[in-house]
Design a protein around this ligand. Structure first.
Ligand code: FES
Length: 163
């Protein structure tokens, strides 16, 4: 899976991200984790020890924060991540049906599945009035259906190739 939008993990680069955060913020573990993920697309295992040392806390402390927040990931994201809202308002307007239809579409199309990865549910995107809602490559979509999701994935893929 291509993760070309993010640089490869480098401890030196992570240290350069973390040092100013530690210098200006008290208890900055979450901010450090977010900075590493924003830069590398995920939080590699090596970052945990690095952040623990920089923040003067144990690895267990960092791991505890890391595992508490579902949006932090330890593996690179798919090229065009698709996340479907799994909260109540979207469930009430065919959210479950969309989830099943999207899973079927990915099951029928290995390229689509590889491009978008496993749907990682997200809980309320603040777009409840236009449910079912989704995030396609970080872009909010209301009234989502499989055709619109596929079109948005195609557009994001083209935009990524043009970048
Ligand atoms: S419940 Fe889906 S956007 Fe709020």
């Amino acid at each position: 899976m291509s993760t070309a939008r993010y640089p490869e993990w480098q401890a030196e680069a992570a240290e350069a991200l973390i040092a100013p955060i530690v210098a200006r913020e008290p208890g900055p573990v979450l901010l450090c984790l977010q900075a590493v993920q924003a830069h590398f697309g995920h939080v590699p295992g090596d970052a945990v020890g690095l952040i623990a040392d920089a923040c003067n806390v144990s690895r267990a402390d960092v791991h505890g924060v890391f595992t508490f927040y579902a949006d932090l990931r330890d593996t690179p994201p798919p090229a065009v991540p698709v996340r479907l809202c799994a909260a109540e308002a979207c469930q009430a307007v065919v959210g479950r049906q969309l989830k099943a239809e999207w899973a079927a579409a990915c099951g029928d199309d290995a390229q689509l599945a590889a491009l978008t990865g496993v749907d990682e549910p997200i809980f309320c995107l603040g777009n409840c009035a236009l449910g079912p809602a989704a995030l396609v490559d970080g872009e909010l979509m209301g009234c989502a259906d499989v055709a619109r999701l596929k079109a948005a994935v195609g557009q994001a893929q083209l935009a990524g190739e043009g970048a």
